[in-house]
Write a protein that binds this ligand. Structure first.
Ligand SMILES: Cc1cc2nc3c(=O)[nH]c(=O)nc-3n(C[C@H](O)[C@H](O)[C@@H](O)COP(=O)(O)O)c2cc1C
Length: 408
């Protein structure tokens, strides 16, 4: 199959758009029911995605007045969810996000060994170092360790976990994949170097095709520089979408989703994203840059980069927040027909902007259903998406070597 497109489904919470839970085809109550997870897992497997991915959220919601009271962002433990989904599927990969900062290698090795065994070799580990400052108090600390320290620690944790899996291999019976597929999500230079040394797949944001090409080229250089083969690493940028039978209909569907969010909701979402409570500020006044920089718990330079350009243009806080919701988290949001989306995906793949995509449905399960009905058949007809799984393990599905013996 020429330039196959790899597909993952990121099914965190109830969809990518902060307003999506209000959509008539969303089932926000479903996220606490097994029926919902069974249904979406089967839908993803029937559409022949490589894998399902869940993030982890270890921070306390509600700390420091930053609770998004009207945002529906329920998150359940990814390993538990994927174990449940393993029971109702046979082929689709199961990628759990688990932090190296707040888990020991022994705990990690045991949990992923269980996932890999129970699923018959479908486990993947999305290795993150945890960025949310409200996490630290949950683990008896005042602050997160600095980023470079977190990544140095991650190197040690991954190496130790790999040793433990190798030891299980020798003691037998071996894990079906030898070890889970190692995935990384992180953007900074430290994160990229860590991915270059460790990852077999990378989940990243890329807002447009040029950003995707730059990121993937950068990663391929870094991977080659540490003596690994860049063709052995899959780059999987996030991709959300709002579809329609015509372009016009798609734009109307997008506007309808955005219209489900009012300004207070947008300001809550912005507060959550900037880690700074903006609800006391007047939405019709200027963006309170000084107060944001004084109060945010995120790195101030990163926050300054996202608010200063708009502030300098005189954008009002409410307008800025409403616009912020249109492009959640810097990922590409495609608006158009199913055919156009398939064209776009093929263009990205053929231009070297990615090896595939991590689909982030704008709302659940309707947004996923639309993609599966309107885009998957087009990609299959064009020979770019598999109709059957090639084997039984995630590593085979990703086109990586079937078993992995050596440590990272
Ligand atoms: C697309 C993407 C998704 C991520 N998902 C999570 C997550 O669910 N949980 C988490 O703790 N970190 C997540 N992170 C990773 C953290 O942001 C990363 O490990 C953190 O240390 C910040 O590093 P960075 O500046 O290199 O991105 C994600 C990162 C990216 C780019």
């Amino acid at each position: 199959m020429s330039k196959q497109i790899h597909l993952w489904a990121f099914l965190q919470g109830i969809g990518f758009f902060p307003t999506g839970w209000r959509h008539p085809r969303a089932t926000p109550e479903g996220v606490f029911s097994m029926d919902y997870y069974a249904r979406v897992a089967k839908m993803v497997e029937d559409a022949r995605f490589d894998a399902i991915v869940f993030g982890d959220q270890l921070q306390s919601r509600g700390a420091g007045g930053r609770t998004p009271a009207r945002l529906a962002m329920p998150t359940l433990d990814p390993v538990s969810l994927l174990m449940a989904m393993a029971a109702v599927t046979e082929h689709v990969g199961l990628v759990a996000t688990v932090s190296t900062t707040y888990n020991t290698p022994e705990m990690l090795a045991e949990r992923f060994a269980a996932m890999d065994r129970i699923s018959g070799g479908r486990a993947g580990w999305n290795i993150v170092t945890t960025a949310h400052p409200d996490t630290a108090p949950n683990f008896g600390e005042a602050e997160l360790p600095p980023k470079d320290q977190r990544y140095r620690h991650a190197v040690d944790v991954v190496a130790k976990a790999c040793e433990l899996w190798a030891a299980m291999d020798k003691a037998g019976p071996a894990l079906p994949q030898g070890r889970p597929v190692l995935v990384q999500a992180g953007q900074s230079p430290e994160g990229r170097d860590f991915a270059a040394r460790t990852a077999e797949a990378i989940f990243c944001p890329a807002a447009n095709i040029d950003a995707g090409i730059d990121f993937r080229n950068d990663m391929r250089h870094r991977i080659a520089a540490v003596g690994r083969n860049p063709d052995g690493v899959r780059v999987m940028p996030g991709l959300s979408c709002v579809l329609g039978g015509t372009e016009e209909e798609a734009r109307a569907n997008h506007a309808a989703i955005l219209d489900m969010g009012d300004v207070p909701l947008a300001i809550e979402y912005l507060s959550e994203s900037l880690c700074c409570d903006l609800t006391p500020f007047d939405p019709d006044a200027a963006i309170p840059v000084d107060a944001i920089l004084a109060n945010t718990l995120l790195p101030k330079a990163d926050v300054a980069k996202s608010v200063q350009p708009a502030a300098e243009k005189g954008t009002k806080l409410g307008d800025f927040a409403a616009n912020f919701m249109r492009h959640p988290r810097g990922h590409n949001v495609f608006i158009g027909t199913g055919e156009q989306m398939a064209d776009m995906m093929i263009e990205w793949r053929d231009s070297g902007a990615c090896d595939g995509f991590t689909l982030q449905p704008s709302y659940m399960p309707g947004g996923l259903e639309d993609f599966v009905e309107q885009v998957v058949p087009v990609l299959q007809q064009r020979g770019r998406l598999r109709r059957e799984y090639p084997g039984s393990t995630l590593r085979e599905t990703l086109g990586l070597s079937a078993r992995m013996r050596e440590a990272a």
